[in-house]
Design a protein around this ligand. Structure first.
Ligand SMILES: [Zn+2]
Length: 89
């Protein structure tokens, strides 16, 4: 049985969360918390992961224009808190 957080994945091409009862712009708050936990060792890797998703979202927006504009940078990367100096990245 999948963990509840496994359900918080993006639908495409609208990039809203697929989890039942969520449907918020991806990454939703639950997914953000999970991503920070998963990538707690490296914010750099987290940013690379999110940048890849942002690129996919941009590609989708070009191929399937939606009525809603996505503010890509704040949504995909701008929410990631800076790493502590001790973490190194
Ligand atoms: Zn969600």
């Amino acid at each position: 049985m999948p963990e509840l957080t496994d359900l918080h994945v993006p639908s495409r091409p609208d990039w809203n969360c697929k989890a039942p009862g969520c449907g918020k712009p991806w990454p939703c708050d639950i997914e953000k918390a999970e991503l920070l936990r998963t990538f707690r060792e490296s914010r750099l890797v987290l940013r690379m992961y999110l940048a890849a998703h942002m690129q996919d979202a941009i590609d989708d927006a070009v191929r399937h224009p939606l009525d809603v504009d996505i503010d890509f940078w704040p949504r995909f990367l701008g929410w990631v808190p800076p790493a502590s100096p001790a973490a190194g990245c």
